[in-house]
Design a protein around this ligand. Structure first.
Ligand code: ADP
Ligand code: ZN
Ligand code: MG
Length: 480
């Protein structure tokens, strides 16, 4: 029997705010443990939370970027449980009335395993806001608890079970990260725990519309781990069912070193959190005026930018995808392409030469020695036939090294393309005289033999002859 995988993701993203969600403590990663704390985020009895408007603002922005409906009225609920990371014995979260509803995240590009992905939109169920809990570190027989993280504003983004492969789940995470970067609400650094992800996966026979038994995977520390764990788990579930086995709803733990999942807890241990409204907090009311303001200040989404790049600059959807992956790259492209006849050429130069040189020198786009305007100027020289694409590569290398302008380098080194017919004719005649064999082959009816002669002329002009003119003049001589 043929099976298909069904995947839904629950993603937690910490918001990049100055202060925590219900107190004035700094929201800062990497500080000395337990230095950004107060009675509220330590959960002292009698302390009272006060909502951080900026956390709500950033969540609404994120929601708008994902095309969610923003609830005019949402509220805070207590999720009750007992664990050292939460001494109040409850976490403030949102249960039945979340801030953002519906929406979706478009995915595109090349999948993590190298296959192209069909463009489609992964539906969202909801985005709600909650407080992060303290971070526990287990050290042999004891544990350390760092409350700097307690009270950091945290979004939970729940997807519909819309993904069908490990590649799609990976692409969804990349797209979410990209949206949050564009929105300016979180850096989504997984290594810093700013983005965390639980995976839900089931399989079912192709054609079946009912959902299969859901398995949740935890302990996923990278996008790669999400991808690998899914490949493993989908295979495992299909094998289990194929052998006539039955699956039970359970939570499994990913072991990255071993590359396997194993049972963590079964459905019987499922928590009942006994949610109830938090009596210490006002509900969240988003006025139509505030929402309109936020809509107006919402940045362009990555997918809108991708579509605009294709329409406005005539580049391929794939190039548009690569160039919009990070906001600075997209901005760089637009600045460099300004006024250029051939934006496609600019796109190529950024993707090959520029990003290549930056990577080699572990340099970021922000401090690139070649500015967008400077790269645009270089491409302009190619467009105007002042230099060939080949010479431009040398010019670029020098620009990257010295920060000099393209025109200055071309001038200094006399790299202008030779478009003077007389000068090229001389080289053409010399090449014909020195290479009787390819000349004979060409005349005997092998048009490819001309390539060698073109190469000779280009070499003797030190790359400066205009290649179209060389071909033309060679043909004139040989055919005549
Ligand atoms: P729970 O109540 O266990 O948290 P939810 O219904 O809230 O389950 O779903 C949690 C996540 O699991 C969502 O992202 C959802 O899309 C996904 N999900 C739900 N059922 C399935 C299923 N049968 N297979 C795969 N994913 C699923
Ligand atoms: Zn505090
Ligand atoms: Mg749920």
């Amino acid at each position: 029997m043929e099976y298909e995988a069904v995947i839904g993701l629950e993603v937690h993203i910490e918001l990049d705010t100055q202060t925590k969600i219900f107190c004035g403590c700094r929201n800062e990663f990497g500080a000395e443990p337990n230095t950004n704390v107060c009675p509220v985020c330590l959960g002292y009895p009698g302390s009272l939370p006060v909502m951080n408007r900026e956390a709500v603002r950033k969540s609404i922005l994120a929601g708008l970027m994902c095309d969610c409906e923003i609830a005019a009225y949402s509220k805070w609920d207590r999720k009750n449980y007992y664990y050292p990371d939460m001494p109040k014995n409850y976490q403030i979260s949102q249960y039945d009335l979340p801030l953002c509803l519906g929406g979706g995240v478009p995915i595109a590009g090349i999948g993590f395993s190298g296959e192209p992905l069909a463009e489609r939109t992964i539906g969202l169920t909801r985005i709600h806001l909650e407080e992060d809990v303290a971070k526990s570190t287990h050290l042999g027989k004891s544990s350390g608890v760092d409350f700097n993280r307690a009270g950091v504003p945290l979004m939970e983004i729940v997807s519909e079970p819309d993904m069908r492969s490990a590649d799609e789940a990976h692409a969804y995470l990349v797209a979410l990260q990209q949206i949050m970067e564009y929105a300016g609400v979180s850096a989504c650094d997984m290594e810093k725990g700013q983005m965390r992800c639980d995976v839900n996966v089931s399989v079912r026979p192709v054609g079946e519309t009912k959902l299969g038994t859901k398995i949740e995977i935890k302990n996923l520390n990278s996008f790669r781990a999400v991808h690998r764990s899914l490949l493993y788990e989908i295979e495992r579930q299909i094998e289990e069912l194929g052998d006539g086995g039955k699956l039970f709803q359970e939570t499994r733990r990913w072991d990255d070193a071993a590359g396997v999942t194993s049972v963590m807890r079964s459905k019987e241990c499922a928590h009942d959190y006994r949610y109830f409204p938090d009596p210490d907090l006002m509900p969240v009311e988003v006025s139509p005026e505030w929402l309109a303001e936020l809509r107006a200040e919402m940045p362009e989404t990555p997918h809108a930018r991708r579509a605009r790049f294709v329409a406005e600059y005539g580049i391929t959807p794939y190039d548009a995808h690569v160039l919009t992956l990070e906001k600075p790259t997209a901005a760089y492209f637009e600045a460099a392409a300004r006024g250029r006849k051939n934006p496609k050429l600019v796109a190529n130069w950024i993707q090959t030469e520029l990003l290549g040189a930056l990577a080699k020198n572990t340099c970021s786009l922000a401090n690139s020695p070649v500015s967008p305007a400077a790269l645009g100027e270089l491409v302009g020289l190619i467009e105007a036939n002042t230099i060939s694409g080949k010479i431009a590569k040398d010019v670029f290398a020098e620009m990257f090294e010295t920060g000099k302008a393209a025109a200055a380098i071309v001038q200094e080194k006399g790299l202008q393309q030779v478009t003077d017919t007389g000068a090229i004719e001389g080289l053409v005649d010399a090449a014909i005289a020195a290479n009787p064999k390819p000349v004979e082959e060409y005349r005997a009816g092998n048009p490819k033999a001309i390539q060698f002669l073109v190469g000779q002329v280009m070499k003797n002009s030190r790359g400066k002859a205009n290649p179209q003119m060389v071909v033309e003049l060679l043909r004139q001589r040989l055919d005549g």
